[in-house]
Design a protein around this ligand. Structure first.
Ligand SMILES: *Cc1c(COP(=O)(O)O)cnc(C)c1O
Length: 421
């Protein structure tokens, strides 16, 4: 059996309709923005491998730091023990995150970072014997595939099968200039009538639901209302963190900062799974008690894996370089220029840009939807051109590693223009 046949026989792939799945492409090497397959084909990774990669594949500096760590300490238990990479990373992240953040809790992916945030918020109230259990979240939200993450996420095709097992959540639409006053009064009203524990949101860009974008000043107003009503705010920055929205964190666009922040994806530069949930001191204080029952009983076997923490430290070294900031700016400017060039194309319902992300919503006979049949056409067209652009239904987007060049971006843009013809 060759690898493709063995893959079909032994492996079950994520988010993949297994029955009709084409043979998976066998990637044998990564270098910079490129992947190489076993047939000698080369692909630009235009979506940073599901939004995780920041500095390109097999970056010599990160690879070196990770190998050094592997020869020193590959992993250790993280209860009663600690290690330099985890402590240094926590210190470093707290230096970069909004000033109200004061503790770092580690886990190992984006969904667990969200679960930790939800559990922290619920237990924050429980420890004070205050009955607050309901969360507010946005319609179309995506917060991961575990049960807590699914519960605060939109009810859709991703979680239909589990609907009866999800806890109840109050969903509100994304804020617009038209509905903001109504949303504010709804939150005010709900907080009188219900026991609202927290409000969780993807700040500025909702990723999985199709790179839906909304304005920072509107989110600021919602956070303010939550603060006034003692509702804990949770920013899920799993996708938006580490430069994606043009600033280091989406929170950096806000005046009012979230109480809890979730990070993963770009955290290790796309090298290794690692999750972080940071929180403000007042949250942490509710767990400081003589009563042992008030402990936060949560942890994962690979919590704060030292190798992953070293990858994250190395990625931050690169992210802080002026060169990287310039690249982020260059990508945003290129996206904006391309947007003005094609925004009136009749095949497009919408083009939107936030920082290093540009998204295109295709006009189709069907509704905008993850299962829209345009998806396969888009994937195949771009793969043929050597571009990995895995769409979300009829929405496709470029979310590139920051080392991409202007020429490589232009190559993708011109493929998009060809596609639209
Ligand atoms: C991807 C994502 C998650 C889930 O992260 P995983 O590492 O895939 O579990 C959660 N929230 C947001 C906003 C995401 O984009």
């Amino acid at each position: 059996m060759n690898i493709a046949e063995k893959d079909k026989q032994f492996v079950w792939h994520p988010f993949t309709h297994q029955l009709n799945a084409k043979p998976a492409i066998n990637i044998v090497k990564g270098e910079g923005v490129y992947f190489f397959d076993d047939k000698g084909n080369k692909f630009i990774d235009a979506i940073s491998s599901w939004w995780v990669n920041l500095h390109g594949h097999c970056h010599p500096y990160i690879s070196k730091k990770v190998s050094e760590q592997l020869l020193q300490l590959e992993h250790s238990i993280f209860s009663d023990f600690t290690h330099v990479p985890a402590v240094n990373l926590a210190e470093r992240l707290l230096g970069d995150l909004p000033k109200n953040q004061s503790k770092i809790f580690y886990s190992d992916n984006g969904s667990t970072a969200v679960e930790v945030a939800l559990k922290m918020a619920l237990q924050y109230w429980h420890n004070q014997k205050i009955n607050k259990t309901l969360f507010i979240a946005f319609e179309n939200a995506y917060h991961g595939d575990t049960f807590g993450g699914m519960s605060v996420g939109a009810r859709n095709v991703f979680n239909n099968a589990f609907e009866n097992s999800l806890f109840e959540v109050a969903h509100i639409p994304l804020p617009t200039k038209e509905n903001i006053e109504e949303l504010k009064s709804i939150i005010n009203l709900w907080s009188e009538q219900h026991n609202i524990a927290g409000f969780i949101f993807e700040p500025l860009v909702q990723g999985a639901s199709g790179m839906l974008m909304y304005e920072a000043d509107l989110l600021d107003e919602l956070i303010k209302i939550c603060n006034e009503n003692n509702i804990i705010t949770i920013a899920d920055e799993v996708m938006t963190g580490f430069g994606r929205t043009g600033k280091l964190f989406a929170n950096d666009h806000l005046k009012n900062k979230a109480d809890i922040i979730c990070l993963s994806k770009g955290l290790t530069g796309g090298y290794m799974p690692l999750g972080v949930t940071s929180c403000a001191q007042f949250i942490y204080n509710a767990f400081l008690s003589e009563e042992r029952t008030k402990t936060f009983f949560h942890g994962h076997s690979y919590t704060a894996n030292p190798t992953a923490c070293s990858a994250a430290l190395a990625s931050l070294d690169l992210l802080e370089k002026e060169e990287c900031r310039q690249q982020i700016k260059m990508i945003e400017e290129a996206h904006l220029a391309f947007k003005s060039k094609i925004k009136s194309n009749s095949k497009l319902k919408d083009v939107r840009v936030k920082g290093t992300i540009i998204a295109f919503e295709l006009n189709t006979h069907e509704q905008t939807h993850y299962l829209n049949n345009a998806s396969q056409t888009i994937t195949d067209f771009f793969l043929q051109k050597g571009i990995l652009l895995r769409p979300l239904g009829n929405i496709f987007y470029i979310l590139p590693p920051y080392v991409i060049t202007k020429e490589e971006l232009n190559f993708i843009y011109s493929a998009i223009e060809k596609f639209l013809r």
